[in-house]
Design a protein around this ligand. Sequence first.
Ligand code: GDP
Ligand code: IMO
Ligand code: MG
Length: 422
Amino acid sequence: MPVSVVVGTQWGDEGKAKIIDLLAESHQVVARYQGGHNAGHTVVVGTEKYALQLVPSGVFYSHVTPVIGNGVVVDLPTLFKEIDTLESRGITCSRLKVSSLAHLIFPWHQAHDAISESSLGENKIGTTLKGIGPAYADKSRRVGIRVGDVRDSKRFKQLVRDRATAEQKVLTALGGEQLKIDEIVENFAALGDRLKPYVSDTVNFLHDALEHNENLLLEGAQATFLDIDHGTYPFVTSSNPISGGACAGTGLGPRDITRVVGIAKAYTTRVGSGPFPSELLGELGDKIVEIGREFGTVTGRRRRPGWLDLVMLRHAVRLNSLTEIALTKLDILDTFETVRVCIGYELNGKELSGYPDDAQLLGQVTPKYVDLPGWKKSVSSVRNYADLPAQAKALIELVEKHVGVPVSIIGVGPERNECVVR
Ligand code: GDP
Ligand code: IMO
Ligand code: MG
């Protein structure tokens, strides 16, 4: 299994980092392939809890080389803050490699994100305001500044000054704040110098690792239904979290990928705006949020709760070529009398054959549910599938039957070893 991809199958925060940390033990490289510091990836090791935004979730193993791939957009202040925090807690980050082809985020990207959101008013996306969309837009407009540009300090400084000056005009026209250009140039010149030892030709590094039979793990951020092409557009992020994005975002080819693990919570959450067929607005939803501690790692926002949606999960199997599913946070449902699962959608009294190709329609469908009896006991200490309550196994078997791939890992708690591996 030389190249595995871990991908979110819902709207993010499925527990990807916990599963990556678990799988990283048998891998030599863990590489992020898209997104930026909009991601909040939580890893719990013993009593220690780490929230990662840019550093790959394999960093906790000394045998792993963490890589930030070319598809990522990198915010240098956040990256170094994260590295400093990790190192102060005894986690060495000197092995980190950052792709020379990755694009950098600058303060004007955050300014544009804020202006865009406020101009949308009620229709806002609900972004993390980290400048992710504007940074990817600049990449597509071919005016971005890349990690490799820091290699020549003098040229880098000029590039930053030129872009800042150009962006200042646009921001002024949009009624935005003045950029402190001199301060930004000096600040980024220092950050660029600090980045130099991490800058790497990660594309050739990853291919060389593959040739040496090393196991590579590609870490997705965000999720399938936040994908710029396949998600609930426009309520999406600005990259391709789907497994296909792992090729573009690392330089590995499609035939290199041998395993694709889709991460799904045993229920669903979403942060930010957009359609959500199985959303739970009442007390039961509050119960999920409270027990599941469903508040954003990055923004602290309350996540919108809902039931597990197998129409979406089946579509995620298709979009990502999933070979298996890791079903996380099963323990959060321990006290529920009934566990509902969405198995179909109806629109104007007619059943839809699958996931619709229009996010507007998704906002209008009526979910069809099956109600399963809850197991009403704690599953946190279970480590073998056979020891799970019959009602929990019924849920897992319903998922497998409906989506057609096995559930290979079941999360029963936040800690590294709190899972059932089949
Ligand atoms: P990611 O963005 O997909 O990596 O997920 P987040 O880290 O944003 O959110 C997942 C949250 O659930 C984190 O607080 C994890 O520690 C926690 N978590 C992951 N798996 C499990 C699980 O199986 N049970 C419980 N109770 N918590 C889990
Ligand atoms: P992880 O990797 C959940 C959401 C935002 C917003 C939309 C666009 O932790 O699963 P952006 O700032 O990317 O332009 O925001 O995407 N979003 C996430 N939701 N988990 C994430 O990452 C997310 N990253 C972005 O809330 O709705
Ligand atoms: Mg998260």
